[in-house]
Design a protein around this ligand. Sequence first.
Ligand SMILES: C[S@@+](CC[C@H](N)C(=O)[O-])C[C@H]1O[C@@H](n2cnc3c(N)ncnc32)[C@H](O)[C@@H]1O
Length: 295
Amino acid sequence: MTHHVSAGHHGSHADTRSHSHGSDPGDDLAQILDLDAELFAPYLAATTRRIADLSKGGVRHIVDLGAGTGAGTFALLERFPDARVTAVDSSAAMLEQLTRAAAAKDVAARVRPLQADAGASLPGIGDADLVWASASLHHLDDPAAALAAVFAALRPGGLLAVAELDGMPRFLPDDAVPDRVGLEARCRAALAGLHAEQVPHLGSDWAAALTGAGFAIEHERTEELRVDADTPLPESAGRYAYLTLRRIREAVDGLVDAADLVAFDALLDGGAQDVRHRADLVVRSTRELYIARRP
Ligand SMILES: C[S@@+](CC[C@H](N)C(=O)[O-])C[C@H]1O[C@@H](n2cnc3c(N)ncnc32)[C@H](O)[C@@H]1O
């Protein structure tokens, strides 16, 4: 397997419409987040290394904003062995999963789960050395207010790392379904229309937002993360594609041609076309990273 590592989204935005397939959207998202962390582990490791280089030591208290299942929390605990993490999320289910994973990894004593709105001020936190916000800022109603709260939560000289993405990952070549060329792209375009209404901050100008909040940007990079593989594809790549495409399928129901929907269903039905065992599967995701300092 080849990892072409640059950076990437977690496929969390197809959850805004009905779930006709009866899947639990929260559970799907948790699985997608864990698979993303697994597939893109080299990128995550390179990212935390970059943060460590810029931190010049002294990272004791980390805040993981919108921590999800803890991909960032655990990568940062490994990178900063003297640190503890406050893992902030509005979802009790995510924090429960993160807490279970912390126990399984034997780092529970270093993790404090905090159920809170990341868009508001962070209760009792004014000494953070590092705030990590991965694929979370775009979910917030008012990211500028959240960045002001992060600024206040950091000590002077502390770092904020923002990892963002432009939308859902991409998986298949244009001609994956020969009589429906461009199927995935059409569905992604329909989804982008939904996102524009429902997740308006996705794809924001984060550099401007950070600067506007008073941060000094020290590192900025956009990369396409890509995982391709010689056959057989890793099971995790197929499962990640399956869960993500299933969410896209549910979101675009009624928004694309019926023939496209039929073809899309064939990618998910366990048959010959199913994305979980296709040799032409390639996971691609564009990710942005900003590391900024509170002066
Ligand atoms: C796409 S996930 C990213 C999770 C994790 N940071 C990662 O990179 O794997 C977004 C997370 O933000 C959380 N979230 C969404 N809105 C939030 C809010 N207003 N306050 C706190 N967390 C929020 C969600 O519950 C979810 O766990």
